[in-house]
Design a protein around this ligand. Structure first.
Ligand SMILES: Nc1nc2c(ncn2[C@@H]2O[C@H](COP(=O)(O)OP(=O)(O)OP(=O)(O)O)[C@@H](O)[C@H]2O)c(=O)[nH]1
Ligand SMILES: [Mg+2]
Length: 435
């Protein structure tokens, strides 16, 4: 699902003009991908309508091209749709009860949660209250041993009693996590059992563990389990291996449950707090677009950006550009954040050099005459000697600066005249100028 969404946006970023046809094509791609990810069709159409309406009728905010505007809308609508609330994971002492159907990942998640809180410096205990599946206690004990967390588990068959005894036995721990048994469906037996455990544990957090691969069926389960246990949150597992993760996420959101954690693999560290912005950024393959635009505006002098756009590219504007980029973070990372530009990589050595050598370059440029700054091609070897001396460095460094300058200039020229005219680079420059 994620790759396809990325592809759709990259395709969109590459087209010339973001007109009605282009927006409609993008929305179609989006629809197809979301439906394949098992998102509820009705929700998909609501989402596409909102995107189309906003993208085509809203006035453009200052500083954004139509294309950037559309990408931003897609981005924020998808976040809203998958649940934009950032879960708050408190580090207060607490009791956590995990519930869910067979094989959803409860036991694995119990150990992952234990690892999570242990890393936060809290003492943790695990309680094996799955008295249904024969090997369940042993499974949790093994996991506990691996991560260095005490596990309470016995042969006792009454799950509520196990939970109670375990809480007593491990009572000094700050975080107590109770694993429970699953069934293939939420039948009367499981219902009764969960009610019993719920009462015995009186947990601060009651988390439903859902496998991402069930897609929109997550909604029904979330609603039903909520009715029994009064859920405080959801852990969505197998988000690494499932094409239906998007469907499960949107279903949890539609069921008014908040996804706290996502499981992204079988290892204990394959587990993270669900961060909607980060998740969607990764999914759409464009980093934190809004953050970038904010930062870019602060970092770049609009006049300098305009000079670049007008093709008046001198060593001084080159320097200003580099400095702006440096303020924003690594050059390479910034390129990756712009949809469509990620693929266009600058030579790596160049980015590193440029970041390290900013101060030296400033001295070198300061030692040049206005004529040399405007057109470094006039710099012959005797001028190079003089400039190097003035900057307290070697002529080879001057040469190196000019080489970098030429490379960027060549790239800019290509953008200004070539196939990407009016495209991604222009957007980048415009974003930097903030106008
Ligand atoms: N790829 C992947 N596999 C996972 C993830 N979470 C759990 N699994 C795997 O899913 C399988 C079932 O996990 P369990 O933790 O035993 O599930 P359970 O809900 O405790 O199962 P029962 O106790 O039988 O109800 C195991 O093979 C896990 O390794 C995940 O986030 N990603
Ligand atoms: Mg289990």
């Amino acid at each position: 699902m994620f790759d396809k969404l990325k592809d759709a946006l990259t395709k969109f970023a590459r087209i010339g003009v973001a007109d009605k046809g282009a927006v409609e094509a993008l929305v179609k791609d989006l629809q197809r991908t979301l439906i394949q990810a098992d998102v509820d069709v009705k929700l998909v159409f609501e989402l596409s309508k909102r995107i189309k309406d906003e993208a085509l009728s809203e006035k453009l905010p200052a500083g954004l091209t139509r294309k950037e505007h559309v990408v931003k809308i897609v981005y924020s609508e998808v976040i809203k749709f998958l649940g934009e609330a950032q879960p708050e994971i408190s580090l207060k002492p607490k009791k956590i009860l995990l519930v869910g159907l067979f094989g959803s990942g409860k036991t694995t998640s119990a150990a992952k949660l234990a690892t999570f809180y242990k890393k936060k410096g809290m003492s943790v205990g695990l309680i094996a209250a799955d008295t249904y599946r024969p090997a369940a206690v042993e499974q949790l004990k093994q996991l506990g041993e691996k991560i260095g967390v005490d596990v309470y588990g016995t042969d006792e068959k009454d799950a509520a009693k196990v939970a109670k005894d375990g809480l007593k036995k491990l009572s000094g721990r700050q975080v107590l996590i109770v694993d429970s048994a699953g069934r293939s469906a939420l039948d009367a037996e499981l219902r009764d059992e969960l009610k019993g455990i719920s009462k015995a544990v009186n947990a601060d957090e009651r988390l439903l563990v859902l496998s991402g691969d069930i897609g929109q069926a997550a909604k029904k389960q979330a609603v039903e389990f909520n009715g029994i246990a009064g859920l405080t949150g959801v852990i969505l597992t197998k988000m690494d291996s499932s094409a239906k993760g998007g469907g499960a996420l949107s279903a949890c959101h539609a069921a008014n449950t908040n996804v706290q954690f996502i499981g992204t693999g079988e290892k204990m560290d394959d587990f993270e707090v669900y961060d909607p912005t980060r998740f969607v950024s990764r999914m759409l393959g464009m980093g934190d677009l809004e953050g970038l635009l904010e930062k870019a505006k602060d970092a770049m002098d609009p006049k300098k950006a305009q000079e670049l756009m007008d093709g008046e590219f001198t060593l001084e504007s080159f320097y200003a550009q580099m400095e702006g980029m440096k303020k924003m973070g690594s050059f390479g990372k910034i390129m990756e954040m712009i949809p469509g530009l990620g693929a266009m990589k600058l030579p790596k050595h160049m980015m590193n050099e440029q970041e390290e050598k900013m101060d030296l370059w400033k001295y070198i440029i300061d030692s040049m005459t206005p004529e040399e700054k405007r057109d470094p091609e006039v710099i012959d070897s005797s001028r190079m000697q003089r400039i190097a001396k003035g900057a307290g460095t070697e002529p080879s460094e001057v040469k190196n600066l000019i080489k970098n300058f030429r490379q960027i200039r060549k790239m800019l020229k290509k953008f200004q005249s070539g196939g990407l005219k009016g495209g991604a680079m222009k957007n980048l420059m415009k974003a930097m100028g903030g106008a």
